[in-house]
Design a binder for this molecule. Sequence first.
Ligand code: SF4
Length: 430
Amino acid sequence: MDLGEKISLLAGAAKYDASCTSSGSGAFQGSGPRGQAAGTRGRKQGFGLSLPAGVCHSWTKDGRCVSLLKVLYSNVCRFDCAYCVNRSSADTRRAAFTTTELVDLTGEFYRRNYIEGLFLSSGIFADPDIVMEKLIETAKKLRTEAGYGGYIHLKIIPGTGEKLIREAGTWADRLSANIELPTDKSLQTLAPEKSGKVILGAMEEVFRTSVQYEEDRRRIKSTPAFAPAGQSTQLIVGASGEDDRQIIALSGALYRKFSLRRVYYSAFIPVGIPGRGGIPDPRLPAIPGPPLVREHRLYQADWLLRFYHFTAAEILDEATPYLDAHLDPKCAWAIKHTARFPLEINRADYEELLRVPGIGAKTARRIIEVRRSRSLSFDGLRRLGVVLKRARYFITLSGSFLDRPDDPDRIRRRLSDSDGAGLQLPLFEF
Ligand code: SF4
C-alpha cells in the first residue's frame, strides 16, 4: 500500500475521535518552542483552502482555528468495541505507518503550513505497552531528530503502564485517555476488553505526574514540561442507555478529581460495520441519526461546569435527568429558580452575575469594573456584552425592570429555541 493510501485509510479511521481539539490549551499561544503556531494559510489567489486528507480543524482557547494532522498509527485492533469502525470483527482494510513515515509526513506537512500539530492514536495491534511505545517513539523522534516544535497530542492506549504514561507526557503537549462510555456496565456490553478502572487509573497517573512536575519546577527551574496542555477525554453519547445526568456527573467528577482540560462529547454515529453490508452491531441502539442536539446541550452544560461554577447536581437532578432540548441549560436553570431573581445589577456579586442568562464570565467582570466608576444603563449593559434578550427577565437596574420574572412558562416560551433566543445564530436568515 502506498503512503497516500495509508494516509487516507488511517486518517479516515481516526475521524471518529473528537478529543483532539486544542481548546483550553495555551500551546498555540506562542508560549514557548512548542507554541510556535504557523497559522493556517490558504491560496494566494481565489478562495478556498485545499488541505490533504487527515487534517482536521480545531480551536484554541482564544477562538483561533488550527489544523492538526489526525491519524492512527495503525487501524489493526485486537479489541472489539461495538461502536468502532476499527473493531477486530470489522471486515475492513488494515494498514499501519512506520515511525519514520509518520515523522517525515508530520515534518513535511508542518513545513508546508498544512498543519500546526499532530494528533496520534492507534488501534491496539499488540500489547498496549508496545503500541504506546510506538506512539512515544514517533513523538520523541519528531522532537529530537526532526527538530519539530509543533503541538503533539498523544492518545494513551488503554492498559499502558505508568512508566510509559510518564514518558509520553514529556514529549506530548496533551495526553488523552478516552473513557468512551459513562458506566462499567456499558463498557462491559459494548467494549468488553476495556475497563473503566484502567482508564481512570491512566487519568490519575497523568494528573499525579503533572502535579509532581509542577512541584519540581518550583524548586528546580530546569524541570521539563509534562503534558503542558493537560489531558482530555471523550464520551460517546447515545450508544448506551445513560442519561445526561449521569454523563454530566461523570464530567464534573473528572474535572474535579483529575483537573481535565476538556471532556469531549461525541454523538454516537450509527455506522454500519464495513464489510457486513452496513449492518450495525446488534448491541447498539437503532437510532435514525447521531443525537446532535443532545451533544450540543451537553457541551453547553459542560461550559457551565468549567466557567460558571455550577455543580453537576445543580444542572440536572433525579426529577430532571435530561437536558432540555429547547432551552440552553443556563436558561433552564434560571427559569427553575425564578425565586432567586431579579438580580439588581448594581449590587450583585460576580458569582451571582454568572448565574444570569445572557451574562458571560467576561461580561460579569466588566460590569463589576465599570459600575465602580459610573452608573450603568440598559444600553450600557448591552455595550458591555449583556445579551438583553435573555437577561431581561432576570435583572433590575437601579430598581427598573425590562421584564419581570413572574411567569416561568411565559419566559420559557420566549427563550426556547422556537423564537431563536436559545439557538446559535443561523448563517443565513431570510
Ligand atoms: S480499542 Fe476499541 S475504540 Fe479503540 S480502535 Fe480498538 S476497537 Fe476501536
